[in-house]
Design a protein around this ligand. Structure first.
Ligand code: FAD
Ligand code: DHB
Length: 391
């Protein structure tokens, strides 16, 4: 097979990239080791920055999001029962949109399939080669046959555990990593959210987050031990623990119900540099991971796609490679700032087993500072709504 761009991975990054390229008449083939049904069912992120919303609308995949998504103009930080609202709209003039990653993926798939996009699902043994040649190649197995896809560029949108990053020689790739000593246990339930805005809470028993997917469906997370198994957490135990951490006033408003999704996610900060090697570009989770606090993961992936799509469009329209040549530099500048924010908010809002009383006092002092200083609140808000594409 031949195409202009071979996209490895049909998560939000790969799907949006194929959509943005198709709008400009640039051809792509998208391959994924999973099936469409599997990808559409993965429960993940829930908060979209304005820039992400704009990108989906411009890509022609935003209609249902604009109709069903919930615009949020603020969120709450809670610290041992004390609350502080971050007024996103008042402090930045911007808002965020609560709309699940599952829905974003479904909308993008619907669009791509309607357009006749070529997909290969359920592929194995994907290997990108000839990355420094004019025509790089992706080798894979599909339905028992060997397939060779020759292209101009490869977009590695295959997530943290994908093969694209591993195709970059070890003496070129630099990685930076921090692993956190706890996980997030997440639950989805068909009940109205406890509050109309998100609440991020730090309590002496650990972090808790009250989020939502719609007016009738809520999403809750609590910090848990890495050694915990979801089977250790009955619904009853989860609700009891959440109530303790969000405090009696909020707990009194909580509507509990049976959970229909329960999973534990580890927390990690990770960046790989550079995000380009020859004619291979790394996009989204393939290049970087943030801890979920602050909801940056999906938004960063969309940011990368916007930068790359802009560069590729310029290359195909005018032959100029200046923008794709700066892809890694432009993307990483933003990635590192989102890494910093996600790390800082994670450090502020969790209980760390290794923390001394001094570090606990530092957390409390930071919370008080944010609460009392409009400048500090605005800094938090500016990061939460998303930094400009080039900053
Ligand atoms: P992915 O969504 O990971 O997509 C990668 C795709 O590549 C997948 O479809 C995969 O099947 C495919 N693939 C992988 N390997 C191969 C291969 N070898 N060959 C072919 N295809 C391959 N972010 C938030 O902001 N908030 C959250 O609450 C949140 N929760 C998360 C929970 C979990 C368990 C995980 C894993 C992530 C979570 N994230 C969250 C992060 C967010 O979901 C990601 O940042 C986002 O999915 C990144 O999109 P992506 O397209 O780069 O990668
Ligand atoms: C959700 C996840 C996050 O990491 C976050 O900061 C806010 C919301 C969510 O899944 O709803």
């Amino acid at each position: 097979l031949t195409t202009e761009i071979c996209i490895i991975g049909a998560g939000p990054a790969g799907l949006l990239l194929s959509q943005m390229l198709a709008q400009e008449g640039i051809s792509s083939i998208v391959v994924d080791r999973q099936t469409r049904t599997h990808i559409e069912a993965r429960i993940r992120a829930g908060v979209l920055e304005q820039g992400t919303v704009d990108a989906l609308v411009e890509a022609g995949a935003g209609a249902r999001m604009m109709a069903e998504g919930l615009p949020h103009s603020g969120f709450d930080l809670a610290f041992d029962g004390d609350r502080h609202r971050i007024d996103l709209a008042g402090l930045t003039g911007k808002t965020v949109m609560v709309y699940g990653q599952t829905e974003v993926t479904k909308d993008l798939f619907a669009q791509r399939v309607a357009d006749g996009q070529t997909f290969l699902f359920g592929v194995d043994d994907v290997v990108p080669t000839d990355l420094k040649e004019r025509r790089p190649v992706v080798h894979l197995r599909h339905e028992g046959r060997s397939v060779r896809i020759e292209c101009d560029y490869i977009a590695g949108c295959d997530g943290f555990r994908g093969v694209s990053r591993k195709a970059i020689p070890a003496d070129v790739l630099r990685t930076f990593e921090r692993v956190y000593p706890f996980g997030w246990l997440g639950v989805l339930t068909e009940r109205p959210p406890v509050s109309h805005e998100l609440i991020y809470a730090n309590h002496e028993r650990g972090f808790a987050l009250c989020s939502m997917r719609s007016a009738t469906r809520s999403r809750y997370y609590i910090q848990c031990d890495l050694s915990d198994d979801v089977d250790d957490w009955s619904d009853d135990r989860f609700w009891k623990e959440l109530c303790r951490r969000i405090g009696p006033e909020t707990a009194a408003e909580l509507q509990t119900g049976p959970s229909f999704e329960k999973s534990i996610a580890p927390l990690r900060s990770f960046v790989a540099e550079p995000m380009r090697y020859g004619n291979l570009f790394l996009v989204g989770d393939a290049a970087h991971i943030v801890p979920p606090t602050g909801a940056k993961g999906l938004n960063l992936a969309v940011g990368d796609v916007r930068v790359l799509a802009r560069g590729l469009v310029r290359r195909y329209r005018s032959g100029e490679t200046d923008l794709i040549d700066r892809y890694s530099e432009i993307a990483l500048a933003r990635v590192w700032k989102a890494e910093r924010f996600s790390w800082q908010l994670s450090m502020l809002m969790h209980q760390f087993p290794e923390h001394s009383p001094f570090e606990k006092k530092m957390q409390r002092a930071e919370f008080e500072y944010i609460r009392q200083s409009e400048a500090a609140s605005r800094s938090m808000a500016e990061n939460y709504v998303g930094l400009p594409l080039e900053m």
